[in-house]
Design a protein around this ligand. Structure first.
Ligand code: 5GP
Ligand code: MN
Length: 365
């Protein structure tokens, strides 16, 4: 999500997940089915857009950008939402299309068409999961290799740098021209998921898409400052404290090294900060040259921790996250841990010590 200190992000997507379910991108039949699902909406057809819990730039940006496109197509009964809590993280509060958002509790219970963005499975949709099984059509746009194909129509491309790549293509196939509002949303999505165009998924096609988006008149400097390079002074001081207690364990992760730190609810309270600021904390931690694996453990409740894991390439952190009840990509994954910080980190250490099947540690990232 938010990036920091030169701008990386929390959802890195250059990697493939542990258990690919959908190996190839959408077929022409899939695209045709997706276009047909939109085109056959009745004049007052109701559309609900949803994305994953704790939405990042790609989830929100692809959802809102696509929503603005549907509005241009004349869709009037249109809502966008994501699971509770419904706060939009500060870095995304300037996004066009925020007026489409409603709290999950107010989301249409039975839309004619529900479109789901950037979620690999229904477990990422919280209380909105039941919208996928209603009488309407469920269309899924995603780029996680672990996507379970839970829609009636699935546009899932693990090779895509971001879900917004699929959103842009579907808008083009629907005949919707890019305008500055749509483009800004899709640009935020693309730039966050590629770590400001630094990760391996940054193909020529990604830069070509960025060029199409910028050609609508976007100001990339303003957008990047807002999304990546801005945080309250209290968060700057909080980061200093939390980084000061980081631990380096060179022997962990089969000798590839682990660096980790944690932040508590009390840390947040002392610095008068809200939890979203911690999303960017993984970025300065993962700079550690001596460690392949980096980890930030963020307190969410008395015995509950949201864990972010990153790898530089030698370790499949999605395997670790899946083993501990979460998921993600090979180089960027997460899970919810319970107990004390030390117990959570000890479980991570133990999983990192398990030999990877098929000699994963030798594969390049
Ligand atoms: P982050 O560290 O930015 O929260 O998440 C990194 C990656 O791991 C993202 O692709 C995200 O979807 C995935 N991820 C993070 N937390 C969880 C979780 O609790 N469950 C699952 N299934 N995936 C997660
Ligand atoms: Mn994404």
């Amino acid at each position: 999500m938010t990036a920091s200190l030169g701008g990386a992000l929390t959802e890195a997507d250059p990697a493939t997940a542990a258990e690919p379910v959908i190996a190839d991108g959408p077929t022409e039949d899939d695209w045709d089915a997706a276009v047909a699902a939109v085109r056959r909406l009745p004049p007052d057809g109701r559309v609900l857009l949803i994305c994953h819990v704790n939405p990042d730039g790609d989830a929100l940006g692809s959802m809102l950008g696509f929503g603005l496109g549907l509005r241009r197509l004349g869709v009037r009964q249109l809502q966008a939402t994501f699971p509770h809590p419904s706060d939009v993280p500060e870095p995304f509060r300037g996004l066009p299309g925020l007026d489409l958002l409603v709290p999950a509790a107010e989301a249409d219970p039975a839309p004619d068409l529900v479109i789901c963005f950037d979620a690999a499975s229904v477990s990422r949709l919280g209380e909105l999961a039941d919208r996928l099984t209603g009488p309407g059509t469920a269309l899924v746009l995603d780029h996680h290799a672990s996507n379970t194909g839970f829609g009636d129509v699935n546009l899932v491309d693990p090779a895509a740098a971001a879900t917004s790549v699929l959103a842009e293509e579907l808008l083009a196939r629907l005949g919707v021209a890019l305008d500055a509002g749509i483009a800004e949303c899709l640009y935020v999505a693309l730039s966050t998921d590629t770590g400001s165009f630094r990760f391996d998924a940054t193909t020529p096609a990604v830069h070509e898409m960025a060029a199409r988006l910028l050609a609508t008149g976007l100001r990339p400097g303003d957008i990047s400052r807002r999304v990546f390079d801005s945080r309250p002074f209290g968060a700057v001081r909080l980061f200093g404290e939390v980084l000061g207690r980081a631990r380096l364990e060179p022997e962990a992760a089969a000798g590839h090294g682990l660096v980790w730190t944690y932040a508590t609810l009390d840390d947040l309270a002392r610095h008068e900060q809200r939890p979203y600021v911690l999303e960017a904390l993984i970025d300065p931690v993962r700079c550690t040259a001596e460690a392949d694996v980096s980890c930030v453990v963020k307190q969410a409740g008395p015995q509950e921790w949201a864990v972010s894991l990153r790898s530089k390439g030698a370790t499949d952190v999605s395997r670790v996250a899946v083993a501990l009840g979460g998921g993600g990509h090979r180089l960027a994954a997460g899970f919810t841990g319970r107990g004390t910080v030390d117990e959570v980190v000890e479980r991570i250490r133990a999983e990192l010590a398990v030999p990877a099947p098929g000699g994963d540690a030798d594969r390049p990232g």
